[in-house]
Design a protein around this ligand. Structure first.
Ligand code: ATP
Length: 297
């Protein structure tokens, strides 16, 4: 697998507190990757390490084959959680700054986007709405023609319509430019709409990572008479389980058909799948630096 981002035993400490610890993951190239996980999982910390805004306390992170934050910075675009713009600078000033700072800046992408969005070049960024600021930040990110675009919850503050437009614009940029994207979000519906690859991060650990289509085709909810999980065939990996006195309901991952007629089998939505993995313990005892599911295979 060609990777755009690779972390190995990566950690970041603030004072005595680890914001991210022993994180190991691979992000494949040419994908739109959705990074999801609960509050405090370490997503923002990971993304800031990836773009070189933070330096690791331990472990390593490489981006486009080089240590994060080195010479590849021009090839990485970043839209941070609070879609940072300079409030006193106009839209045109932002574009000029982008052109000055980025050797591969594409003026025609920038001006076409701003025109299409209907933004006034003379307007100060501080006077734009949250959605317009997010779109300006995305324009800056895209126009530098990055190989990797990193977006940290870029749509969190936007209304549903602005969110949809932002993600549509992102998809268009992905289709037009050869671009890998890593996007963190709490909104699984947005991830489902815009991403083709999913990584679920809990307590710094990758709980699952894979193509969304494949993940949806290999996960099931099964329910039936109460059963000990250990009695399941070895090809059926239990992701989550709940039991009543009489009934068991499990989320399992398997590539094999489920033949046992005692089970009622249904497919999972992406949200159910994410929730099943978010509810798992983060398995700190598996200190072998591989995602949990790769261990189980
Ligand atoms: N500057 C900081 N100083 C101290 N602790 C921090 C700092 N930034 C993050 N942390 C802590 O590190 C942990 C991971 O935070 P991070 O923001 O990376 O999580 P996240 O997965 O992005 O969360 P969210 O989904 O809420 O944005 C949290 O416990 C947070 O409190």
């Amino acid at each position: 697998m060609n990777t755009v981002l690779q972390a190995q035993g990566l950690g970041k400490k603030y004072g005595r507190r680890w914001a991210l610890s022993d994180c190991t993951l691979d992000v494949p190239a040419g994908r739109v990757v959705g990074l999801v996980g609960p509050n405090g999982a370490g997503k923002s910390t990971l993304l800031h390490l990836a773009v070189g805004m933070l330096t690791p306390t331990s472990g390593s992170i490489t981006v486009l084959g080089e240590p994060a934050g080195t010479s590849q910075r021009a090839k990485v675009g970043f839209v941070a959680q609070d879609t940072p713009t300079y409030s006193r600078m106009s839209v045109a000033d932002h574009l000029r700054l982008g052109a000055r700072l980025n050797p591969d800046w594409d003026e025609s992408i920038a001006t076409k986007r701003i025109e299409r969005l209907g933004l006034d070049l003379k307007q100060r960024a501080g006077r734009l709405s949250g959605g317009q600021r997010a779109q300006l930040a995305l324009t800056l990110g895209i126009s530098k023609r990055p190989e990797l675009l990193v977006l940290d919850e870029p749509v969190a503050a936007l209304d549903p319509l602005a969110r949809r437009e932002f993600l549509q614009d992102l998809m268009e940029a992905v289709a037009e430019q050869e671009l890998s994207v890593v996007l963190s979000s709490h909104l699984v519906s947005d991830v489902e709409r815009s991403c083709d690859f999913l990584i679920v991060l809990v307590d710094s650990r990758v709980q699952v990572s894979g193509e969304i289509e494949t993940l949806l085709a290999t996960h099931y909810r099964i329910s039936g008479p109460r059963r000990d999980e250990k009695s399941l065939p070895s090809a059926q990996h239990v992701i989550s389980a709940s039991h009543t006195d009489r009934q068991s309901t499990l989320v399992i991952r398997t590539e094999q058909p489920i033949l046992d007629p005692a089970w009622t089998v249904s497919r999972l939505s992406l949200e159910d799948l994410v929730l099943a993995y978010m509810g798992r313990p983060s398995a700190p005892e598996q200190n072998n630096h591989r995602p949990v599911l790769e261990v189980q295979r």
